[in-house]
Structures are given as structure tokens and as C-alpha cells.
Design a protein around this ligand. Structure first.
Ligand code: NAD
Length: 360
């Protein structure tokens, strides 16, 4: 074999190995075929996003209420009734070539089990935030996906929003001078159902809402918080907030000396915002975490800035799903892999510990 022959042979072998590891995507440009797991609010939005994407498609469903929910989605998205699974026969997705990936839209405490079962079935996983209800579960999910050679991405839609990417680029490229600190928060309206049950939610407003400013601040800071202080409070007496906190405020100090303070609440109707403060400028993003209508304004070293996003729901989910499809197709690591979800869980465990209300 000549030198060139050997090189070509080596290259062909590499391509063959890659194709064997990720068969569908190396050989075709077909949309990535999803099975959403749990057909609630967020899966509904995700399915709508897939219908607006050229890179993704919903081809199967996993639900505990097939008779009630499946016919609507079968009709909307052309899903075959043979591709409808429940939580008991979920593992059989392993034998269904119409499914490349699952989208986990279940209550938080179910994310780990259904991610690990998908990995064992050889299916890639796009999992909603929070990744799980403990850092230990996150590690098990990462290990399972690595062991079974499937991608794992956490659905942090903020990272895939073009306006947020622009904001982050400005902050990190020095447009505000040296970054000094952050304030943020997500103060939502009243909630109910599984979010108030610690067994299913894992925690209160922090895991559901506070995770948005936490993750966004960590993303822009580019460092992991080194120390924390925090307070939890619940003003509504009675059983509603018996197992999870209503409100939480926390501060974080980063190794560089940057400070951040943020919070979340199920009781305070306070909207969502992030303030990014540099030594020579500031960006104020509000609303910061809604599905549409995002805006920012501020002052930079180059002058005043202000912008309103023209994106219409579910545009963030389309960008997010497309990124995941590209990662699977081209065997790339997602921008928000399982390790990113793990870092948030570690931070939230530290925040709860600082507040005297540990979750792990
Ligand atoms: P939801 O209550 O609307 O839907 C949950 C689904 O899980 C339902 O279809 C329900 O039938 C099913 N389910 C299965 N077992 C269940 C059980 N034991 N108890 C309750 N429901 C059960 O919830 P959602 O708002 O769609 O949230 C689902 C996940 O998505 C959560 O992890 C949440 O944090 C996340 N989420 C993310 C965003 C985002 O913008 N990225 C927004 C909302 C929710």
C-alpha cells in the first residue's frame, strides 16, 4: 500500500467508524426524529417548534394518557399510531428505527430515569431544565449517555436565542469594560400541581424559575461561583408550600471577584430580568426569560444600545432543537451538554445549603 493509499484508507476507516457510531446522520440529511416524553405544556411547545424546523420532526409519542392525548398530535404531525408508547413499554423504543432522539418534558424528578432508559435504548436525549433534582442524578445521566454513545443536551433555550448571544458577546468582548457584577431574577405567577410537590419537583421556585438567571449569569460570567449566601421564605401559610420554597434570594461570588445577586418566587409577580454591570457600561435585559418579547437597553463604551427581539414563540425552541440536530448529525458536543446541567445543580445545592434548606 502506497503512502497516499494508506492515508486514504485511514480516512475511510475513520469515516466508517463515525458512520457506525452515528448511523442516521452520517448518511442522510433527514430531519432528526423525536419522541417527546410527557405531553404537557413544554412538549406541546417543542412539538410546534419541530413542525417549524427543517432539521427536526416528531415521529413518536410517549404518554401515560394515549387515548386522551395521542390522536390530536397524530393528526397534527402525521405520527403513526404504532409509534405511541407509554411509560411501561418505553424501553421498546430501542427497536423503533423511526426514533432517533427523545425530548424529556416530564416533572423534574423523572428526568434522570427517562434519560437513562433512553440512553440504554440507544436514543439521543434532549432533556428539559432542571437536568434532574440532584447532582448525583446528573452524573448518572452523563455516565449513561457516554456509555451508550448517545448525545445529551439540556434544553437551555436562552443559549440559543440570537439576542441573548448578542448580549453575551457584548458583555464578554469588553464593551462594558471589565465585568463587575450581575443582578437578576425570575418572579413568576402562582403555580400548582407537581411543582409544589418536592418528590416530583425536587425544590421550589429556584429549580423552576431561579435556574434561568442562575444559568444565564454563569454563562455570561464564564466562571463558576465559589461562594454563596441565600435566604428562603414562604408567606402563604398552610399545605400549599409545605414541601418547597415559595421565594428565594441568593448571592454568589465568583473567583475573579465578580458578584451576583438573584432570586425567584412563585408568589411575587415581578417579571424576569438580568442586569449585567461592567466598570464602564451596563446592559439591562427585561423581559429576559419569556418565550418572546425580549428586550435590552444600556450603555457601552461605544455608546447607548437598545433592542427588542422580533422572535415569535416558539423561535427559541427551533434554534435549540436545530442545534441539537446539528450536534447529532455532525457528532459535535452540544453547547449545553449534561455537564452544564450538572453545574447548575451543584450551584443550586450550594444555594439551598446556604439558605439552610438542603436538597441533596
Ligand atoms: P406539565 O405539567 O405541563 O407537563 C408534565 C407532563 O408530564 C404531563 O404530560 C404529565 O402527564 C406528565 N407526567 C408523567 N408523570 C407525571 C406525574 N407523576 N406527575 C405529573 N405529571 C406527570 O409540565 P411542564 O410545564 O411541561 O414542565 C415539564 C418540564 O419542562 C419540567 O422539567 C419543567 O421545568 C420544564 N419546563 C421548561 C420550560 C422552558 O422554557 N424550557 C418551560 C416550562 C417547563
Amino acid at each position: 500500500m502506497s503512502h497516499i493509499d494508506r492515508r486514504s484508507f485511514a480516512k475511510l476507516s475513520l469515516l466508517a467508524t463515525a458512520a457506525a457510531a452515528f448511523p442516521l446522520h452520517a448518511e442522510s440529511q433527514q430531519p432528526l426524529r423525536f419522541a417527546p416524553v410527557g405531553l404537557g405544556t413544554i412538549s406541546n411547545i417543542f412539538m410546534d417548534a419541530c413542525s417549524k424546523s427543517s432539521k427536526c420532526k416528531v415521529t413518536a409519542l410517549v404518554t401515560g394518557h394515549a387515548a386522551e392525548k395521542a390522536p390530536k398530535y397524530e393528526a397534527l404531525y402525521g405520527i403513526s399510531p404504532k409509534n405511541v408508547y407509554n411509560y411501561e413499554n418505553y424501553d421498546e423504543i430501542a427497536h423503533n428505527p423511526d426514533i432517533d432522539a427523545v425530548y424529556i418534558g416530564l416533572p423534574n424528578s423523572m428526568h434522570a430515569e427517562y434519560t437513562i432508559r433512553a440512553a440504554k435504548a440507544g436514543k439521543h436525549v434532549l432533556c428539559e431544565k432542571p437536568m434532574a433534582i440532584s447532582s448525583a442524578e446528573c452524573r448518572q445521566m452523563i455516565d449513561a449517555c457516554r456509555q451508550h454513545n448517545v448525545k445529551l443536551m439540556i434544553a437551555y433555550r436562552v443559549h440559543y436565542d440570537p439576542m441573548w448571544q448578542q448580549i453575551r458577546n457584548m458583555a464578554r468582548s469588553g464593551d462594558l469594560g471589565q465585568l463587575q457584577g450581575f443582578q437578576g431574577g425570575f418572579y413568576g405567577s402562582k403555580t400548582s400541581g407537581w411543582r409544589l410537590d418536592r418528590k416530583l419537583a425536587g425544590g421550589g421556585s429556584l429549580l423552576d424559575l431561579g435556574i434561568y438567571p442562575l444559568n444565564t449569569i454563569r454563562w455570561i460570567a464564564g466562571e463558576e461561583p465559589a461562594s454563596y449566601s441565600a435566604q428562603v421564605a414562604t408567606r402563604i401559610p398552610g399545605p400549599r408550600f409545605a414541601s418547597v420554597e415559595e421565594s428565594i434570594e441568593f448571592t454568589m461570588k465568583f473567583p475573579s471577584g465578580m458578584l451576583a445577586s438573584s432570586g425567584s418566587s412563585y408568589g411575587e409577580d415581578g417579571g424576569s430580568y438580568v442586569s449585567i454591570d461592567g466598570a464602564d457600561g451596563n446592559l439591562w435585559v427585561e423581559p429576559a426569560f419569556y418565550y418572546e418579547g425580549l428586550k435590552f437597553h444600556g450603555s457601552t463604551l461605544h455608546g447607548p444600545v437598545s433592542e427588542a427581539s422580533s422572535g415569535i414563540k416558539p423561535y427559541q425552541f427551533v434554534y435549540e432543537a436545530d442545534h441539537f440536530a446539528d450536534c447529532v448529525r455532525h457528532n459535535r458536543e452540544p453547547d449545553t451538554p449534561g455537564e452544564e446541567g450538572l453545574k447548575d445543580l451543584l450551584a443550586m445545592e450550594s444555594i439551598y445549603r446556604a439558605a439552610g434548606a438542603p436538597i441533596a
